[in-house]
Design a protein around this ligand. Structure first.
Ligand code: 5AD
Ligand code: SF4
Length: 515
């Protein structure tokens, strides 16, 4: 099916009959454009094959579109969004736009949004309010909302109702259609909305403007089929679909040839990589085993799901070389009962067993995690189990969150008897443990020599340089600026809670990959 046929076949959803205002506004945009999001459609997982489009190219008629115009993109959320922003920036440049980091100078402003928790969404609505005066000053200005929030029906309705300064809303599956969407927005007086709820495709050769020339993100798969009961991602990012190994390997080779020092492989659940291939038995372990032969000093991946973390992957990671000994392995809760209600598909015991296997194969591995506290009806005992699991594993760091109900997910319909006060107390208690263990983990480095990939000047002090170790520890030190982008040795002189301080020794020149 080509793009036009697909557009024609997309079903346009009617608004809720009770919502008079949005009904009126929806009908307004029907005249001009395409598709509104539907969480119900986004939930469906069809058997249809993933289509691979190898030939992204910008239609000649759009090539001068950005002449004399500037774009500004504000990015919220995860690395996947950061990387989508790099792709959109690449498309803007091909259209002839110039980048600006001043919102006042922009002719197009895009908000690349995150839907994972309510406060992420509130920030975006707040910002949209601030853009209203800019629009009044410059009627040629286009304001767009993209990313995960645009996949939500409720968000699109709210924007239609309240934020008429917005000109375009497009979804996570529509990024490659940016030239057409911009064109439509310039031509039309109505808000342009193009959000596909179901997407089974992988589009290769999208242009990218990577941030910096040291570290790069590489998508290996899109979407998620896990449907954890609290999570909106399977609805906003669609079904699991993997890029073909050859395309990934070629991209990493190219990055190595361009002098990049680190690649992070991206996916919502990278351990499901390859499960959707019908013609090939090939998983994340196979991919890592091939990537480790590429002459690039560091390869990471994020995010893992414990359920799909198999023995072969552990065996490959244990070979180390350019595969770093840091694994981010979200656990979410230490209680098997809670994990069951969250539909995580593993238990406390099987998670601990996986950790034992990983540690046996990679004794010096650094493990980090994500945890949600205050899931509906979480008891004190269940929360205590999370604390005890955290200590038992000895995580070096964690991202911790209070549960946020997301409309359309099963958990959002659950009765919740945990008061917000209790949730906040639990978060505080958990964070105290996280800080304590982080401080203990970092103390081990005191006096050691560590290898640091130098990213640039420290945010606080331009005379100090900053970078990360293989295990993702932040290191600050003084050295000539020429070492930015290189891997250097640093003697640690002080271990603080979240970072290390040290003395620069030398640049590491021999980064040959051990096979
Ligand atoms: N509420 C709170 N935290 C959430 N996460 C995902 N969905 C929610 C939610 N509804 C957290 C999980 C996930 C991380 C990216 O965000 O811990 O691993
Ligand atoms: Fe969300 Fe991750 Fe669960 Fe997928 S595996 S539903 S992205 S928490």
């Amino acid at each position: 099916m080509n793009e036009e046929q697909r557009l024609a076949s997309q079903q346009v959803k009617q608004p809720e009959p009770s919502d008079k205002k949005s009904e009126k506004d929806y009908s307004k945009y029907f005249q001009s454009v395409y598709t509104a999001p539907s969480l119900k459609d986004a939930k469906k997982r069809g058997k249809e094959e993933v289509q691979y489009h190898k030939d992204f190219a910008i239609d000649e008629k759009y090539l001068g579109m950005g002449h004399g115009r500037k774009f500004y993109i504000r990015t919220y959320g995860c690395q996947m969004n950061e990387h989508d922003t790099e792709v959109m920036a690449g498309i803007f440049l091909q259209l002839g736009y110039e980048a600006t980091n001043k919102v006042e100078d922009a002719n197009v402003i895009l908000m690349n949004t995150c839907a994972i928790r309510e406060n992420a969404e509130n920030k975006v609505f707040g910002e949209l309010g601030h853009f209203k005066p800019l629009k009044q000053k410059n009627p040629d200005l286009l304001i767009g909302v993209c990313g995960c929030m645009s996949q939500e029906e409720a968000v699109v309705k709210k924007i239609l109702k309240t934020y008429d300064q917005v000109d375009m809303i497009f979804g996570t599956h529509n990024i490659h259609r940016l030239p057409d969407i911009l064109n439509e927005a310039y031509m039309s007086k109505e808000m342009v909305i193009e959000v596909w709820s179901k997407e089974g495709d992988v589009i290769e050769n999208l242009p990218k403007v990577r941030k910096g020339n040291t570290k790069a993100w590489v998508n290996i798969m899109y979407g998620c089929d896990k449907f954890c009961t609290y999570c909106i991602v399977p609805y906003t990012r669609g079904k699991e679909r993997s890029r073909r190994p050859d395309d990934i390997i070629q991209e990493v080779r190219q990055l190595a040839a361009q002098g990049y020092k680190e690649v992070t492989l991206l996916g919502q659940n990278v351990n499901a990589y390859g499960k959707d291939f019908e013609d090939l038995k090939y998983g994340l372990g196979d991919l890592m085993n091939e990537l480790r032969t590429i002459d690039i000093p560091r390869i990471r991946f994020t995010t893992s799901h414990p359920r799909d973390f198999d023995d072969y992957l552990i065996e490959v990671l244990a070979k180390k070389g350019n595969l770093v000994e840091h694994i981010h392995l979200p656990v979410q809760s230490g209680s098997s009962d809670m994990l069951k209600i969250m539909a995580r598909k593993y238990t406390r015991e099987s998670y601990l067993e996986l950790v034992r296997k990983i540690r046996k194969a990679i004794p010096d591995v650094a493990l980090t995690t994500d945890i949600i506290v205050g899931f509906p009806n979480e008891t004190d005992e269940q929360f205590e189990e999370t604390l005890s699991l955290y200590k038992e594993v000895g995580f070096e760091m964690a991202f911790t969150y209070i549960y946020s109900p997301r409309e359309g997910t099963p958990a959002a319909k659950m009765q919740d008897n945990v008061p917000m006060e209790v949730k906040k107390e639990r978060l505080q208690r958990l964070n105290d443990v996280v800080n304590q263990l982080c401080g203990e983990a970092i103390k081990q480095y005191d006096g050691q020599i560590v290898e640091v990939l130098v990213e640039g000047e420290s945010k606080r002090n331009p005379n100090v340089l900053a970078g990360y170790t293989r295990k993702n520890k932040l290191v600050n030190f003084v050295a000539p600026k020429e070492v930015i982008g290189q891997i250097v040795k640093v003697q640690v002189t002080e271990a603080k809670t979240w970072s290390l301080q040290g003395d620069f020794i030398e640049v590491v020149t021999d980064q040959k990959v051990e096979l």
